[in-house]
Design a protein around this ligand. Structure first.
Ligand SMILES: Cc1cc2nc3c(=O)[nH]c(=O)nc-3n(C[C@H](O)[C@H](O)[C@H](O)COP(=O)(O)O)c2cc1C
Length: 176
């Protein structure tokens, strides 16, 4: 059985009775992709959303791009303050990706359930992630439904301990 939910802050998402998530971001992908989080801390409001439409753009200076749906809460927060934390999730963090990718922060404080810490200058970092990086948007491109943000990475915490699980992938979420 599949029940359909149309969330105010995001696209239509179907939650299966067995707990698996049917998201357009899991169904319409053209290739395997890692999964991360964008965390915004703007004017005392924190929010986290799951992302898979992202990649690095350069190493010197280091930067990344991420594509954010215009109807998401994150999009409106980024319009007010163009800074965010980009979190690289590992394979053991599928539940976090599901929680932050199936509900809008307009409905629920998603950050309350995350083990966050202050990474510096107000950026919220996620404990036990592969990496948490502070990003500042340099350029934004209107893509219609989404805005593609190109950001520079200011600083970050990267976990280098051996034995850390590999990146969380879209296919891992499809299996949950
Ligand atoms: C695996 C996965 C990947 C996703 N990737 C993106 C993405 O790259 N860009 C995007 O705008 N939304 C993406 N989403 C959808 C958002 O995470 C979702 O709409 C979220 O509820 C938005 O939260 P917000 O309204 O609190 O910002 C993804 C969802 C999932 C489950």
């Amino acid at each position: 059985m599949i029940s359909e939910m149309v969330l105010p802050g995001g696209p239509s998402i179907a939650v299966r009775y067995d707990g698996r998530v049917e998201s357009p971001y899991l169904k319409a992908e053209v290739s395997e992709a890692p999964v991360g989080l964008v965390i915004v801390n703007s004017g005392g409001v924190r929010n986290a959303m799951t992302v898979s439409l992202f990649s690095e753009v350069a190493h010197y200076p280091i930067g990344l791009w991420v594509s954010i749906a215009k109807d998401s809460y994150t999009h409106s927060l980024l319009s007010a303050a163009p800074e965010f934390t980009f979190v690289t999730l590992h394979r053991g963090q599928g539940d976090i990706a599901r929680a932050c990718g199936t509900e809008s922060g307009r409905e629920r404080d998603k950050c309350a359930g995350l083990d966050l810490y202050e990474g510096g200058n107000g950026f919220q970092f996620l404990r036990d992630s592969i990496a948490s990086t502070a990003c500042r948007i340099k350029r934004s491109v209107d893509l219609g439904t989404h805005t593609l943000h190109v950001a520079e990475i200011l600083f970050g915490d990267v976990t280098r301990r051996s034995g850390l699980p590999r990146h969380l992938l879209l296919s891992d979420l499809a299996k949950i």
